[in-house]
Design a protein around this ligand. Structure first.
Ligand code: ADP
Length: 454
């Protein structure tokens, strides 16, 4: 691609710098550079010109249009032969380099050649022959002005630049105040939201305190009532025994039947009262586990005996696994036994035929144990899996012909929680149920206090 020289000039004296600067700006404008770029190129040119003027004999300057994509305007300044100027590290040269796209310096010891180039903007007219002729004509038509003219032009440019800076500063200030207003608005909104959240928290605290008080009152009431009921109910049972005793006056058949009914009802009532009392105690947090090392093998053996005694149907087979020796757990033995007895009793109660099985396995993910009580009984519909842990809830139809208070599972669950574990259920109607007690090997907190040997 060939360069097209637009204009040649010489740089010999101080005043030539002004002329070169002026012509540089004009050449840049004629070639299509934007206003700011015209000033940049002219400034770089006068900086470099000033440096090369120190060479005896001065320099020659050529303005060149270089086609290409994009095309660019190149100014070539060649200092007279026989002199080399060191531009490397010169602050003025460095400043000039920043004002153009590219600054090349060749110095072979004989001459110093500096090339400044600036790309033409995308919108600039292509550098065709006609166009180049036009540019050349434009440049030759403009007679070089005096240094004073060029100074006036520079002053105007400076003022324009100052105006532009001022406008930018005003714009920035405006943007800043907009941002500040937005910030203030946002922080106000945030503060309001915070106040709302705090108020909500206070309300929640209040409500939870009320709930706690209500729940404590309920537990106290249940404990008192059941405690008061226990003595008279026990007395009624005692009296029915006395009436039916062979040593007492003989009863008519009718009377004996009534006494039996009274004893049956009173026994049910006593069970209910005892269950209520247990639950109330557990709820009121008055149940303190007596922590101790429990041998699961021994516990399973004991429960095997209890379960066997309750089974009345030959169609139900009971299997209680033998845990490995050394399977132990820090827990409250009596409370754990109560939970498992409860689950076994339910399993036997709700199983007409098949098996009731209790087994032990290491808990997954923790170092605790899982004790499983599984049956092949009537099962529990999935939508009731949570409800059966509510007080007094019994699956409709399941209690026909069976005794029960609906307090066993809520009590069992409370005890397991107290022991630091959890109670899981999986069950399908008609297939059976599996209740799983998951317990840690030792409770996390409070730290277990070994039971005193009494
Ligand atoms: P209760 O056994 O005294 O009725 P629970 O609280 O122990 O009370 O059990 C609540 C209800 O959960 C039972 O009435 C029964 O409907 C259901 N249920 C408990 N265990 C089983 C089980 N193993 N199989 C089927 N249903 C069960």
């Amino acid at each position: 691609m060939t360069d097209h020289v637009l204009l040649r000039m010489v740089l010999r004296r101080e005043r030539d710098i002004f002329v070169i600067r002026q012509r540089g700006r004009e050449a840049a404008a004629a070639a299509g550079l934007e206003h700011q770029d015209q000033i940049r190129l002219a400034t770089a040119l006068s900086d470099i010109g000033r440096l090369l003027l120190t060479v005896p004999g001065g320099a020659d300057v050529a303005f060149v249009a270089r086609p290409g994509t994009p095309p660019s305007l190149v100014v070539e300044i060649v200092a007279a032969a026989g002199a080399a100027v060191v531009l490397d590290g010169d602050p003025a040269a460095a400043a000039a380099a920043r004002l153009v796209d590219r600054m090349e310096v060749d110095g072979d010891g004989n001459a110093t050649r500096v090339r400044l180039s600036r790309r033409l903007p995308l919108g600039a007219a292509p550098l065709t022959g006609d166009r180049l002729a036009g540019v050349r004509e434009e440049l030759s038509a403009n007679a070089p002005g005096t240094p004073l003219d060029e100074l006036a032009v520079q002053n105007r440019q400076l003022l324009a630049a100052l105006d532009e800076v001022r406008a930018q500063r005003d714009e920035l200030a405006e943007t800043n105040s907009g941002v500040m207003a937005l910030y203030n608005e946002l922080s106000q909104e945030l503060e309001e939201t915070n106040r709302g959240v705090v108020a909500l928290y206070n309300e929640l605290d209040e409500k939870s305190a009320q709930l706690k008080a209500a729940s404590e009152a309920k537990s106290r009431f249940l404990a008192n009532v059941s405690h008061e009921l226990r003595a008279p109910v026990t007395a009624v049972i005692g009296l029915t025994r006395l009436l039916a005793d062979s040593g007492s006056d003989p009863l008519t058949e009718e009377q004996a039947r009534h006494v039996d009914l009274i004893r049956g009802s009173a026994t049910d009532l006593l069970t209910l009262v005892n269950d209520l009392l247990d639950l109330a105690k557990a709820e009121a947090g008055r149940l303190e586990p007596a922590w101790g090392e429990v041998d699961l093998r021994a516990l399973f053996g004991q429960l095997r005996g209890t379960a066997r005694a309750i089974i009345t149907r030959p169609e139900v087979e009971l299997t209680v696994e033998d845990p490995p020796t050394g399977a132990t757990l820090t827990t409250d033995e009596a409370l754990l036994a109560q939970v498992l007895r409860n689950l076994l009793t339910n399993a036997i109660k709700f199983t007409e035929r098949g098996t009731v099985a209790m087994s032990l396995r290491p808990a997954t993910g923790t170092d605790g144990w899982e004790i499983e009580v599984a049956d092949t009984g009537i099962g529990i519909p999935p939508e009731l899996h949570e409800r059966i842990f509510e007080e007094f809830y019994q699956v409709p139809g399941s209690s026909t012909g069976r005794t029960g208070t609906g307090l066993g599972l809520p009590y069992a669950q409370r005890l397991v929680t107290l022991l630091g574990g959890s109670l899981r259920l999986s069950s399908e109607p008609g297939k059976g149920s599996v209740f799983t007690v998951v317990l840690p090997r030792r409770p996390a907190s409070p730290a277990p206090v070994p039971r005193d040997e009494e």
